[in-house]
Ligand binder design. Sequence first.
Ligand code: GDP
Ligand code: MG
Length: 448
Amino acid sequence: SLSDRLSATFQNLRGKGRLSEADIDATVREIRRALLDADVAVPVVREFTAHVKERALGAEVSEALNPSQQIVKIVNEELQNILGGQTRRINMAKTGPTIIMLAGLQGAGKTTLAGKLSHWLKKQGHTPMLVASDLQRPNAVNQLQVVGSRAGVPVFAPHPGVNSEFEEVTGDPVQVARDGVAEARAKLHDVVIVDTAGRLGVDAELMQQARDIRDAINPHEVLFVIDAMIGQDAVNTANAFNEGVDFTGVVLSKLDGDARGGAALSVASVTGKPIMFASTGENVTDFEQFHPDRMASRILDMGDVLSLIEQAEQTWDKAEADRMAQKFADREDFTFEDFLAQMQQIRKMGSMKKLLMMMPGAAQMRQQLEQFDEKEIDRVEAIVRSMTPHERVAPKIINGSRRARIARGSGVTVSEVNQLMERFAQAQKMMKKLANGQMPGMPGGMQM
Ligand code: GDP
Ligand code: MG
């Protein structure tokens, strides 16, 4: 992946005291290759590498950073610039409902996003409503109704969906959009999200329909949803929709796939429009606000501790998260009680693997993570539960005979207990580093 390639490149620079022009050339060449392999559009790659090289050559000798750290910093800043710099939030209406229209190719993930976005808004206290203006695909209305009921959000759908490919859905999508917005206004919904139709390729008739919907409802946001796996086609598609509906923001979907980064960089760079959200799976909660700085870090594999914390806060018990944060702040020791509490939180979050993938150094760990076994959590939990309360908060006292007792109590071997003790010690070390503001996995332990 892109992050694997880039971190390998930076690894090569480690330990160099000074970078020659040849070092910089070689590094930039590697970056170019990695970006192209990740399907970043050619003109974007050219511009990006030119900037990085220029800045690297002109960089002042720094006291604080060694040369490889300096290049990482430059690449990170340039990535952030391309991705839009600041986090862009939804432009909310001052009065009446905030009108959000979705546009994009068929299969891009618009309808799925309608559910995720409305769920996310609802959790923040908004009262969204969905409008079924895709009357193109036979099953589209039904799909939106399913998505809406999963999110617990009402759906405006005056034209019942059909289940057969051979039945026609009739009705005027522009009128549905107009009526839907009126209904939202009348029922005092503060956000209304209008789902629209898309084709497999860019299509003049549907683009006109999208434009007509746009003109009829005058949305506060037009979100262009694009599949992150689309590769080199991203640029043409994004340009066509930018001209067609002049969207205000981009949503990258299917970022859970392999092609992270490539499409994001291309679309943001060629359209100059900000990426606002990322869709990362088929579930209603697989969704996050897009932060250019964090995406840049993720591409560079500095891990994504901030996204992790934010996602955690949504799903985790707030009180527990606060307790951990306070512990970090107070530099208290991480104990088995914390470990156990974290495991329960992780279970709640569902996808252990996805969570770990966002941790610092994930690129190097990817192979092990692929083999990750969720049953392992059960075993670990059984072991910790066999410890006494005192052992949990003072793990140093867990000697050989205590380990034997814990192993018997949890039905595992002593060597499994030993393994856990070792891993716990590592986790403890990592927590200490985090508390001290250091990012593990960075060359020279760069400060956060
Ligand atoms: P639309 O045609 O633009 O409305 O696209 P849909 O919302 O119907 O999505 C098309 C397909 O992609 C469906 O099978 C979705 O389940 C799937 N999908 C949508 N978003 C994501 C995502 O973020 N990750 C993954 N893995 N699949 C997604
Ligand atoms: Mg759809």
